[in-house]
Design a protein. Structure first.
Length: 207
């Protein structure tokens, strides 16, 4: 597995693997939430290879800590309405953005501890405009998955693969409405994912 993790540091290898295993189809389902004219924040965007699938026009802001991924995305997709930022998405970055319609957290939360998830979800909630929503999808453990799927979850690069209830519990600390469902038919290799749609930031309910 260490060799595979090293290989995934190379952008072209990462994009190719996403398509081979069918992970690109999983992300395409997540971006169905986006409508033309939306302002989108993509945290942990990686090389954003799915950008051409996003409905146009839109205003896109991508963040990732991996410089080669950001450079690759900026070279291909950067422009007047699409910006890519190398670094952590923090409070300063949040303050620099306009109100956001859709926040994407694609394959990110299972790489973060509970404390880190809470901080990130609070930040995501803080940037949403009226009617805004956060979409996440992560590798998960769930009762219906078979041996191969469970092995895939156990050997994922993320160190915090959780059961759906644990993801949902974290989300409910920041959002009043959380809808989720297991996806186990998107990829070519048997795998289970938990997708959430989060709305009604708790900060708004308290105002």
């Amino acid at each position: 597995m260490d060799g595979l993790k090293g290989l995934l540091r190379h952008v072209r290898a990462y994009v190719l693997l996403q398509r081979i295993v069918g992970a690109d189809r999983l992300r395409y389902r997540c971006i169905e939430e986006i409508q033309p004219g939306d302002t989108v924040l993509d945290i942990g965007c990686g090389p954003a290879y799915y950008f051409p699938r996003l409905p146009q026009p839109l205003n896109y802001h991508g963040f990732d800590t991996d410089a080669p991924y950001i450079d690759w995305a900026e070279e291909r997709f950067g422009g007047e309405n699409a910006s890519f930022h190398c670094g952590n998405f923090d409070e300063a970055a949040a303050r620099s953005l306009p109100p956001i319609d859709v926040v994407l957290l694609l394959g990110l939360l299972h790489h973060l501890s509970d404390e880190q998830c809470t901080q990130l979800l609070n930040l995501a909630a803080s940037v949403l405009g009226p009617g805004g929503r956060v979409i996440s999808v992560d590798t998960c453990f769930e009762p219906t998955q078979g041996r191969i799927s469970r092995w895939m979850s156990a050997n994922d690069r993320g160190e915090y693969v959780r059961e759906p209830a644990a993801f949902e519990k974290l989300a409910l600390q920041s959002f009043g409405q959380v809808e989720g469902n297991v996806i186990n038919d998107a990829t070519h290799v048997p795998s289970s994912y938990w997708m959430m749609r989060m709305t009604e930031p708790n900060r708004l309910r308290a105002e």
